[in-house]
Design a protein around this ligand. Structure first.
Ligand SMILES: C[C@@](CO)(OP(=O)(O)O)[C@H](O)COP(=O)(O)OP(=O)(O)OC[C@H]1O[C@@H](n2ccc(N)nc2=O)[C@H](O)[C@@H]1O
Ligand SMILES: Nc1ncnc2c1ncn2[C@@H]1O[C@H](COP(=O)(O)OP(=O)(O)O)[C@@H](O)[C@H]1O
Length: 286
């Protein structure tokens, strides 16, 4: 039996460069792993792949990304071994935090060990990219630059440790819809990735925080103004910066101390924001 943490991510910067002929968008993103996590428990069994999930509203069948990761790896490695996958979900679903991608990455990494396949990270990365654009990042974690459709990742200097308050408004925002609605001329600002990289190299948290931009807010904020309201609350209550993660709708804020994070979270709760979490940055994923 093997138990793994599947860490959520936030996007410290997200730029959309252009729409590609294959329908995906070319992006440039700075991704950060955080301690909010699902627990993935893998138990070897003779043949079949089986899945159990601790929450309602998420299919525990072959459509689940964790199941698909196991099936893809089994085909690729031409093994007949089976596994029972148990998912203890804590990362909210369809939130812009890559919960499903994190589960899939943990399954790939875990089964590589459990089934004794000895695949290297490059091979696992290629399989990960077939499951979703965010899955390769989730294999590595830490602080990474993601390009292409998000699947090409390269390590950056780590973001200095800090606390992350996550607030998810009660709206459903499908990723494909957000990319589909994106129009470059509607984005008020674009992140300067090169400058953020310099602040990462300097280990300057405030320098990074001040320059965080997500161009997908230009789609989601007009449709869901509560995203902008939560950002404003976070800043008012003491976060050093606040931004929507990925395609949303979760907003994250950064603070240097746990005390500040608890203040921000408490005030947001009092304002009626339904789902709030406090996490820390994770610089290295096991
Ligand atoms: C926006 C981001 C930012 O990290 O994250 P989330 O909000 O999903 O967490 C990612 O780009 C999401 O990655 P992921 O959730 O893995 O997306 P995928 O399954 O690969 O794609 C879902 C759909 O989103 C659109 N898509 C995705 C990635 C991309 N670079 N261009 C796109 O146009 C496509 O319509 C695709 O069919
Ligand atoms: N193991 C999983 N955990 C979460 N969502 C999953 C999983 N497998 C498949 N999905 C599907 O993927 C969709 C988006 O997944 P998720 O990774 O949670 O969000 P996001 O892409 O916004 O970061 C969910 O609505 C769900 O239907």
């Amino acid at each position: 039996m093997l138990t793994l943490n599947a860490y959520a991510k936030i996007n410290l910067a997200l730029d959309v460069l252009y729409k590609r002929p294959d329908g995906y968008h070319e992006v440039a993103m700075i991704m950060q792993a955080i301690s909010l996590s699902d627990t993935v428990t893998l138990t070897r069994q003779p043949e079949d792949i089986e899945l159990s999930v601790n929450i309602r509203g998420l299919a525990a069948d072959a459509s689940n990304l964790a199941y698909r990761a196991a099936a893809l790896l089994r085909d690729y490695a031409k093994t007949a071994q089976g596994v029972h996958i148990k998912l203890d979900k804590r990362i909210p679903l369809a939130a812009g935090l890559a919960g499903g991608s994190a589960d899939a990455a943990a399954v790939l990494k875990g089964l590589n060990l459990l089934w004794e396949l000895n695949l290297d990270m490059e091979e696992l990365s290629k399989l990960a990219a077939k499951l979703g654009s965010d899955v390769p990042f989730c294999l590595y974690g830490g602080t990474m630059l993601a390009t292409g459709r998000g699947e090409k990742v390269a390590p950056l200097s780590p973001l200095p440790s800090c606390y992350v308050i996550l607030a998810k408004p009660a709206v459903e925002v499908p990723t494909a819809w957000v990319y589909g609605q994106f129009k470059a001329d509607k984005a008020l600002a674009r992140p300067d990735i090169a400058v953020i990289r310099q602040y990462l190299e300097l280990g300057d948290l405030a320098g990074v925080a001040k320059r965080m931009v997500n161009v997908l807010e230009s789609v989601t904020i007009p449709a869901y103004p509560e995203i902008a309201r939560i950002k404003e609350f976070m800043l008012e209550y003491g976060a050093m910066a606040a931004l929507m993660s990925g395609s949303g709708p979760t907003v994250f804020g950064l603070t240097e101390s746990l005390e500040q994070a608890e203040t921000v979270a408490g005030r947001l709760k009092a304002r009626g924001v339904p789902e709030i979490f406090i996490a820390e940055t994770v610089s290295e994923v096991e």
